[in-house]
Each structure stands twice: as C-alpha cells, then as structure tokens.
Design a protein around this ligand. Structure first.
Ligand code: AMP
Length: 364
C-alpha cells in the first residue's frame, strides 16, 4: 500500500516513520530538493500545482494525505477526482480561511473570541466598539505561527494594523486573556469510529509553539472531546485533526483547527500507546484505531532556529530526540525532544533541562 503525501517536511517524515512498521510505502511531493521526508520515500520534486507531478502522485498512491492545510483548492480538487484524498477537501477549505473557520465554530455552537470580517480600514473602525481592545487583526488566509497578524492596543494603531495586512481580507478578534492554551487531537475512521488523545497544554511565544504537555486527567477533557466530536462529524472527517482552544475560566474558546497531524501532539510518539502519526495512517486506511492511553507523563519541547547537539538531549534519561534534517534558519522548527517518565520529579527536571537547552538555541 502506498501513501502519497503533499509536503515533505517533518510531519511527512514522522508519518513515514510511523508507517514503515505497518508495511506502508510513501511518495512525497515537495518543491525542496532537501525536503526532510525525501529520504523516506519516492520524492516528486516540484510545485504543488504541477499537474504532471500531481498525476504521478495520484497514479502511484493508493491514498493521498497532506502535512499542511494550505493546499490550493484546485490541487485538492484535482487529486480528489483521481484518487482517494483524506482528510476531505471541505475540511481544508474551512481551515484555510479564518473567517469560514470561526463561522463554522459558531454554527456548531462552539465558543470563540468575538470576531468580525474586515475588508477595509472603515470596517475595522466600525467593528472595534463591539470587539474591544486589545484585539488581533489577522489575514484570513495563509497565516501560521503568528504570521500575518497585528496586535492592536489603542485606536490610533488601527491604520498601521490595517496597512500591515496589505489589503488582504482579514478578521479582527478580541484578545482573549486566557489562563492557558490547550489542544485536543482526535482521529476518525470512515466507519465513524473516533479516538481522542488527552489534552495538550501548549505554551507559545511570539505566536510559535514552544512546549506541549500531555494532560492525562484534565477536567476540561470531556468538553474538548464533545467539541472535536461535533467538528469531526459535521465534516464527515477522516484522519487526525487538532483543535486549538483557549481556556478562559474553564470555558473553551476555539481558536483554530488543523486538518492534519499537529505539533502539539508530537509527545504522543513516546508518550501514548499509539502515536498521532500511526493513528492518522490507521484512520485514512480505515484500520482499527490504536489506544491513545498516555504512557506516564509526557511533554515535548520544540527547537527553533538551531537543533541541539544530539548528546545534550541523549544524555538525559527519559528524553528522546527527533531531528528533522532541516537546515538551521531563523524562526524555523528544526527538531523537538520529548520527555516521558513515570516519575513526576524526573519528568519535571528533564522538561526543565530541555526547555533551557531549547531557549539557549532559540534565535526567534
Ligand atoms: P494563530 O496563528 O491563530 O494560531 O495564533 C498564534 C498564537 O497567537 C496563539 O496560539 C495564541 O498564543 C495567540 N493568539 C491568537 N489569537 C489570539 C486571541 N484572539 N487572543 C489571545 N491570543 C491569541
């Protein structure tokens, strides 16, 4: 069985690593000659909308999936017409556009920050009395890791914030003074079976995820599961999804969802009975989903900009290193490390050491 993946970065790499024990082969489309996942499968090197390469991908792969959500609609449509593609195109279309995404949450009765559609400075000036300060202006499309966003603290900052959008359609969101950020990862099979991972508690800086901790017994787990279940069923979804939320006084406000495996679930490689990568493959192949039971305490630390010296992570008991085979570049996720332990003291000590190590290498 051959799985096609659009995108050949670390997510594709970890999908392939999870797929080999299941006897799967991989074919990857990515424009970068040095794509991190390229050594793990056949590499089609070229643009994502290159019809000849898409035809090859659709011809050779039994099922196509992707590692990023900004797949051009015509590419998803082309692939969908020629082969099985999971997750479904409607999930991509919604997740690509922050306005459609927020409207979708609202339609499902899932809370969000107050928001409004913005197409001009006049729209922004008109919306602010309802939204309130501070607020964040975000481009509707193609934003990630805090890119395409402007924080607005006072009315005199409105023109500069709108100018920063460069006339791109945008939305304004009220700034949520959350206690914490959490995400839930879940997987659904075509038959309708769903599995849920324990919540991840996520710490961001500068809009980039730094640390994700598995929360084995979180009181908000049932609420998060009910939200993600609604989302999966409304989309007739197949594969892994990640729903990112703000915890505001034990209310969960949805920020966004990612129709793919997600950085906040990387701890599951060592920290859960079945990783999110394996469960994504099981789901798209309509195989039984694996247990998401946590294996003790687990967390993940991202390395941004520069990878660590392997020995600095490997010398720590209960720590695991994942290098992405990517060139060092400012602000780029180049590796992560996980800690998995049954002992709370060891867990905390190793997590602190990994956090310090990552902070020392972080150039963002
Ligand atoms: P996003 O690109 O929407 O994932 O935003 C990146 C990060 O910016 C989030 O993980 C939050 O830390 C922060 N952020 C985004 N939107 C809001 C908001 N409405 N209120 C507070 N923080 C936010």
């Amino acid at each position: 069985m051959k799985i096609g993946i659009l995108g050949g970065g670390q997510l594709a790499r970890m999908l392939a690593l999870a797929g080999y024990p299941l006897g799967l082969d991989f074919i990857i489309l990515d424009p970068d000659a040095n794509a991190g996942a390229a050594p793990l499968g056949e590499h089609l090197q070229g643009a994502y909308d290159d019809e000849e390469l898409l035809a090859q991908l659709a011809g050779k792969a039994d099922i196509v999936t992707y590692e990023f959500e900004n797949v051009p609609a015509q590419v998803a449509a082309y692939l969908g017409a020629h082969t099985k593609v999971y997750p479904p195109a409607n999930a991509l279309a919604i997740a690509q556009d922050r306005l459609l995404e927020k409207n979708f949450f609202r339609q499902l009765d899932i809370g969000t920050a107050p928001y409004a559609q913005i197409n001009s400075l006049a729209d922004l000036e008109q919306a602010m009395p309802q939204i309130g300060y501070p607020a964040i202006l975000k481009t509707r499309r193609l934003g990630y890791d805090g890119k395409g966003q402007a924080l607005i603290q006072t009315p005199d900052e409105l023109p500069a914030a709108w100018a920063a959008m460069q006339n791109a359609p945008a939305i304004i969101e009220g700034f949520v003074e959350f206690q914490r950020e959490v995400s839930i990862i879940a997987a659904r099979r075509p038959s309708g079976d769903i599995c849920y991972y324990p919540l991840s508690e996520n710490r961001h800086r500068g809009g980039i995820l730094r640390i994700a901790e598995c929360r084995g017994q979180d009181p908000l787990q049932p609420l998060a599961e009910s939200y993600v279940k609604q989302l999966l069923e409304a989309l007739d979804y197949v594969g892994v999804v990640a729903l990112e939320m703000f915890d505001l006084n034990s209310r969960l406000l949805a920020n966004e969802f990612a129709p793919r495996v997600h950085n906040s679930g990387h701890w599951s490689i060592e920290g859960a009975e079945t990783s999110q990568f394996e469960n994504h493959l099981r789901a798209i192949l309509d195989l039984p989903l694996g247990s998401t039971q946590p294996r003790g305490l687990a967390a993940m630390v991202n390395f941004i900009g520069n990878p660590p010296q392997p020995e600095h992570v490997l010398a720590l008991n209960d720590a695991h290193l994942h290098l992405y085979a990517k060139a060092a570049r400012k602000g780029r996720k180049v590796a992560h490390a996980t800690v998995r332990s049954d002992n709370p003291e060891t867990y905390r000590a190793v997590l602190q050491k990994l956090t310090d190590l990552a902070a020392g290498l972080d150039d963002s």
